[in-house]
Design a protein around this ligand. Structure first.
Ligand code: PMP
Length: 359
């Protein structure tokens, strides 16, 4: 067996210890006599997995009591339409901050359900910055303000939680949840797919404040109605049981690493090493404004595009995989989520220096 360093944007690298635990428990979970895959979601064993999953996530993010924690299906993309369907209440507008490809998609889907007010956009900078919050045009008649805390494709991340001026703040944290400390009480709703920092694809976490629950539209399917799912512990229908279990293992791994505060320090260090290497080189370039650079997704372009293919081939030959940038922006992208060890980042940096020296 030879495992590589996997820089994929998601699904992405798992902590190896979690994969080993899943392997050990594949045929029998604890003393249940069966695999988690075979368990009824209503049975006593799976109930333990579900309870621990929720309580561990609440503990890691210090989720206050007045928030529901839901584990849904449909990916973060489903939430793009489900958020307006669930929390518009009697309003007809919602504000959005446009900072890249993912907020653009959120805006497009929400526009089918409400009037979208684009309160600020960094499109003019080709999504390489975060619009100055002092200049955001917030509409006080809006039901909420939505932003994407980390733009996975453009490599742009909010360093601070923005001031929503009283509007319920909604954030797509798909690609940076659990990577840095956040004050959940600042938010009305947080959502994230699990396939980056939390486990495999197939589960969508929605953390929503109680006062925003119970307002789904009549046409919203029950399984996507926050109130219905909250009442049923996210088991209105059969949940993605094995994925819940895997997410639970990743959360326990993170607790073992010292929790979010400790992993944040490691993420700062890893990203710092990689950005320094890029900034010091004359072959590689990261176009994002320094204050808006993502700790999770580090895009970089090579000064000579004809070197892209040789770079990727040589990287793979050195055990460094999935470095190709998103097709919409080109170049390279190294995703360095919680599970990427510093050793992997250092191996990438050494490889990049050697490639620059020989090209
Ligand atoms: N939002 C962000 C920030 C993402 O990075 C992604 C996936 N890469 C999505 C939403 C969509 O997630 P999903 O594929 O789970 O629908």
């Amino acid at each position: 067996m030879s495992r590589v360093f996997n820089f994929s944007a998601g699904p992405s690298a798992f902590p190896e210890a979690v994969l080993e635990q899943a392997q050990r428990e594949l045929l029998e979970w604890r003393d249940s006599g069966m695999s988690v895959m075979e368990m009824s979601h209503r049975g006593k064993h799976f109930s333990i997995i579900a309870e621990e999953l929720e309580s561990d996530l609440r503990q890691l993010l210090a989720v206050p009591e007045n928030y529901q924690v839901l584990f849904l299906q449909g990916g973060a993309s489903a939430q793009f339409s489900l958020i307006p369907q669930n929390i518009l209440k009697d309003k007809t507008k919602a504000c959005y901050i446009k900072t890249g490809a993912w907020s653009e998609k959120a805006i497009k889907d929400a526009a089918a359900y409400c009037e979208v007010v684009v309160s600020a956009s960094s499109e003019a900078s080709k999504f390489t910055s975060i619009p100055n919050p002092d200049e955001w045009q917030l509409d006080q008649d809006a039901a909420y303000l939505h932003y994407t805390s980390n733009e996975t494709i453009h490599g742009v991340e909010f360093g601070e939680i923005p001031d929503s001026q009283g509007l319920p703040l909604v954030s797509d944290m798909s690609s940076n949840i659990l990577s840095r400390k956040i004050d959940v009480s600042r938010f009305g709703l947080i959502y994230a797919g699990t396939q980056k920092n939390m486990g495999p694809a197939g589960v969508t976490v929605v953390i929503v404040r109680d006062d925003l629950v119970g307002f789904a539209q009549k046409t919203t399917p029950s399984v996507f109605n926050y109130a219905e799912q909250a009442k049923n512990q996210s088991m209105l229908n059969t949940p993605a049981t094995y994925n819940w279990y895997l997410v639970g293992l990743v959360l326990k791994w993170l607790q073992g690493q010292g929790g979010v505060k400790a992993i944040e320090q490691r993420n700062i260090a890893k990203a710092g090493l990689l950005y320094s290497a890029i900034d010091e080189s004359s072959l590689y370039h990261n176009p994002v404004e320094v204050s808006a650079r993502s700790r999770m997704n580090v895009p970089f372009i090579l000064a000579d595009e004809s070197l892209d293919k040789p770079f990727l081939a040589a990287a793979e030959a050195n055990g460094l995989f999935e470095l190709k940038g998103h097709r919409s922006v080109g170049g390279m992208r190294a995703s360095i989520y919680n599970a990427m060890p510093e050793e992997g980042v250092k191996a990438l940096i050494d490889f990049m220096a050697e490639f620059e020296r020989t090209h």
